[in-house]
Design a binder for this molecule. Structure first.
Ligand code: TYM
Length: 342
């Protein structure tokens, strides 16, 4: 069965951009592929972050994913830092990654502007992402459009490593992206990508009132100044969001009533809000249930990390060997088995 891997940072709330662009795909694909889903806390510390709330946000992200439909019976859900092999492989892949490629990554260039002194972790971020994927020798990576460039680099790193250490074969498969139709959801500002760091999101677990309070002032067709001006739905983000939350007849009605100035933007937003609230209600309810069961969450993440570590261990044994590292003395592993190193 082909294997998929994907990850999400616990750097803020799970929002509808993540959900439409990636998470819904994970939920659908988990039935047809061997699926690993990782809450990438090591990535989330490459920018400025609040270390006091990171652990809680990591838990909340896992709860959000489970509530959205990630099923531990079908997918391996785990936290990146619980599998130290991610950081180890990242280091080893550092040695085959061209510096120039890292420097030209769009996300690096954008994020680096926020720092006076750029942390090396921000530059090396895509190598950790490559390590995440290659550690499980994943074939496919369901992501939003913003991750495509990182995935291209992952393939290049895989090629370079294979050329040097692959013994004539492709030990690491070159992973391919899987995109959804919603590969780039625009934020409520109507311009930038919906993003945790820009505050232009609707959270997957927002209350009905929060959803309405956020949608009400959201940007629409800028040419529509008064209710009587006919609008152009194609340039309106609210119209595009309707496509993901409203039935096709409503989407058609929205377009017609916008063009004919029969509805004002608020009318259109109210219908969207109602449909969005209805779509997200079961997710919110499941999240509340899970928040009441911290032991269950602990068990799911523990099982996930154990399975992931077993898979990662197999890859790393081969990687260390092929890269010429001296095997750890066997006395070390028997001591570890007896629990002396814990
Ligand atoms: P992150 O945490 O920013 O986002 C998680 C997933 O959501 C997608 N996404 C969007 N899709 C459509 N429209 C949007 N506005 C939108 N915003 C976010 C992202 O494309 C992503 O698929 N570097 C990654 C995390 C990562 C990863 C990995 C992903 C680390 N290792 C290995 C895949 C494989 C990131 O920051 O995603």
């Amino acid at each position: 069965m082909p294997r998929i891997f994907s990850g999400i940072q616990p750097s803020g709330e799970l929002h509808i951009g993540n959900w439409l662009g990636a998470v819904q795909n994970w939920v659908n694909l988990q039935h047809s592929y061997e699926t690993l889903i990782c809450v990438v806390d090591l990535h989330a510390i490459t920018g400025k972050y609040d270390h006091e709330s990171l652990a809680q946000r990591t838990r909340e992200m896992a709860v959000g994913l489970l509530a959205a439909g990630i099923d531990p019976e079908h997918a391996i859900l785990f936290v990146q830092s619980h599998v130290p092999e991610h950081a180890e492989l990242q280091w080893l892949l550092n040695t085959v990654t061209p510096l120039g490629e890292l420097e030209r990554m769009t996300q690096f260039k954008d994020k680096a502007q926020r720092f006076e002194s750029v942390p090396a972790g921000l530059l090396n971020y895509p190598i950790l992402m490559a390590a995440d994927i290659l550690l499980y020798r994943a074939d496919l990576v369901p992501v939003g459009e913003d991750q495509i460039q990182h995935l291209e680099l992952t393939r290049e790193i895989a090629r370079k490593w294979n050329a040097e250490f692959g013994r004539g074969g492709a030990f690491f498969p070159e992973p391919q992206p899987i995109l959804t139709e919603a590969k780039r959801i625009t934020g409520l500002d109507g311009q930038a990508k919906m993003s945790k760091s820009l505050g232009n999101t609707i959270g997957l677990l927002d209350t009905p009132d929060e959803i309405w309070q956020k949608l009400r002032p959201a940007k629409t067709d800028p040419a529509r100044v008064t209710r009587r001006d006919p609008g152009n739905p194609e340039v309106c983000n609210i119209y595009h969001l309707h496509k993901y939350f409203s039935p096709p007849e409503t989407v058609a009605l929205v377009a017609e009533n916008c063009r004919g100035a029969k509805w004002g933007c608020l009318d259109c937003k109210r219908v969207l809000a109602d449909n969005m609230i209805a779509a997200l209600k079961p997710i919110r309810e499941r999240a509340f249930e899970l928040q009441e069961q911290p032991d269950r969450l602990e068990e799911i993440l523990g099982d996930g990390a154990l399975t992931a570590r077993r898979m990662a261990g197999e890859t790393m044994r081969e990687v260390r060997l092929r890269m010429g590292l001296l095997a750890a003395p066997s006395a070390m592993s028997s001591r570890a088995q007896r629990g002396l190193d814990s």
